[in-house]
Design a protein around this ligand. Sequence first.
Ligand code: PLP
Length: 317
Amino acid sequence: MADAEVGDDGYREDPTVNELQAVYAERVGKAAALFVPSGVMANQIALRVLTQPGTIVVAGARQHIVAYELGAAGRNAGIQFDPVDDSDGTIRAADVVRARQAADYHQPTTSLVCVENTHMPAGGVPWSLSALRDVREAAGDLPVHMDGARLFNAEIATGVSAAEFADEATTVMSCLSKGLCAPVGSLLAGPVDFIEAAVIERKRLGGAMRQAGVLAAAGLVALQKMVDRLADDHRRARELAEAVAERWPDGGCVPERVVTNIVLFHSRAPGRVLDHLRSEGVLADSIAPGLIRLMTHHDVDDAGIEQAKRAVAGAPH
Ligand SMILES: Cc1ncc(COP(=O)(O)O)c(C=O)c1O
C-alpha cells in the first residue's frame, strides 16, 4: 500500500485503482468494474442505475440489500421490495414470475431481481448454477443483480468459478474487506454502459475517492492472494460448527450445511453466550433476535479454532 502508484481516481487516473477494476472485471467475466468504498454502496449504486422509483425489486426477504441496509433502497432509489422466501438461501423462479405478472393487476412493475451469493443469513450458503439459471430465465429481460459480497467463498466451496456464477447476472458486486482481508473496499461489475452510469451514482453518493490507489493495492492482494486460502476458513468453520452442534443440539446448526465461513445457531440466552465467548477471547454477535453468528477468517488459525471450540464447550445453555 505504501508503494502504490496513485493518481486522481475522480478523473479515473489512478493506475492502481484501474488495475484492480480490470482484474476484478476479468475474474467475474464482465466488461467493466468500479471500485467503491463499501458493499452497501455497491448494492445501492446498482439499484439506482438499474431501477426506476416506484418499481418493484424482487429479492430474498433476509438478503442484505433488503434487511441490513437501514432502508437505504427506499431512501436512495425509491423502490419497493417484493421480499420473497429465501429460507434456504435461494429464491424461487416462481416468485419472480408471480411478481412480474402482478403488473397486469394494478401492482407496480418489476424492474430488477436481486440474489445473494453466498447467502449470509442462511449460513453462508452458495447458490447452485442450475437454481441461478432458473431465476435468470424467470427474470426474462429484467436485469439481475448479484450481491456477491462473498462470491469467492462460493467459488472455493463449489468449484464453480466466480465468472460462471456472475454470468447468470447482469451486474455483480464483491467485498474485498471480508474474508479477502483488505482493510476497505468493494467492487461492482457489469456492462460498460452500466459502469459509466455507476461512476455518476458513486459520485452522487459521495463515494468518489482521490488517491485511492493505496486502498486498491490492498484490493489487488485480496483478489490475487487471498482467494485460495478461503478453503482454510471453510474447513475451520465446519470444525467449529461441529462443536456448536454438540453444545446446542437444538440450536439448528447442521455442520454438513456449513460449507463456507459462517456458523449460525439459535440461542435462548444470546447475551449470556456472547458474554461468555467474549470472556474467552472469542468475539461474536447476533444477526437477528436469538441468532448468533460466528465467522472464520484469515486471523483465526487452527489454534484459534481450538480456543473457540473450548469456549463453545464451556458456554451456558
Ligand atoms: C451479503 C452482504 N452484502 C453486502 C454487505 C455490505 O458490505 P459493507 O459492510 O462493505 O457495506 C454485507 C456486509 O456484511 C453482506 O454480508
